[in-house]
Design a protein around this ligand. Sequence first.
Ligand SMILES: Nc1nc2c(ncn2[C@@H]2O[C@H](COP(=O)(O)OP(=O)(O)OP(=O)(O)O)[C@@H](O)[C@H]2O)c(=O)[nH]1
Ligand SMILES: [Mg+2]
Length: 248
Amino acid sequence: MCATCGCSGDHDHSHGHEKGHSHDHSSKTIIDIERDILQENNLLAERNRGYLDAKNILCLNLVSSPGSGKTTLLERTLTALKDELDFAVIEGDQQTTNDADRIHATGTKVTQINTGKGCHLDAHMVMHALQGLKPKENSVLFIENVGNLVCPAMFDLGEKERVVIMSVTEGDDKPLKYPDMFHTSTLCIIKKTDLLPYVNFSMVKARENALKANYRLNIIELSCTTNDGMESWFNWLKAKINSPEFIT
Ligand SMILES: Nc1nc2c(ncn2[C@@H]2O[C@H](COP(=O)(O)OP(=O)(O)OP(=O)(O)O)[C@@H](O)[C@H]2O)c(=O)[nH]1
Ligand SMILES: [Mg+2]
């Protein structure tokens, strides 16, 4: 995990798991540092947002646990809509250019950020990526965050909206266990629905749990294997583009 968001192994996370612990001086210091980092991040995120707004770019931050299907969803979306919309992608992973290579194969402009030991993207990384990528005016920019349902929730990147993806193989309780990610998102995509017959997952419970974390959350169920539900996602995306804020 990473040193910047406070989840590094350097810090003692055992507090809170033991009965009768007291918040000592070291715990307080950790909270102060975290606040400083987030303040700096938030300033840079606003700068990114200003740049993106000025160019009328719809920026969506895709967040999920590892392997829930973010890159697959992007591959399908970029391929299906490339004649209708201009896209660019920022890929975030700890290591490898695997995902950027997959996006590049669709013919889309893409840049990869490797975070090393870091477990999330931050606004500073995205600012540098934007300088190199130079997304077109009136386009859609997808940022695929590092697979992690915890730390990316804290880091505003300057996106317009956050899209949280969960797959049916992860369990229907994820919104209850990681509420911040669902609370800060506007759309929840429940993915890999083709696997529903094989896993112990209640769609009713998953929806209830997601709405407990955020009662305004839009929810779309889909499968990239059967394409069921893909049209709903495309329609959601096109509605964003056609909203008065993004008339091109
Ligand atoms: N059955 C099924 N498998 C899927 C679906 N979408 C993605 N997968 C598979 O899930 C695995 C992970 O997909 P990725 O798109 O790489 O997931 P990711 O979220 O980008 O992964 P990270 O970037 O490593 O966090 C791959 O084997 C995909 O083929 C789906 O809708 N149904
Ligand atoms: Mg990926």
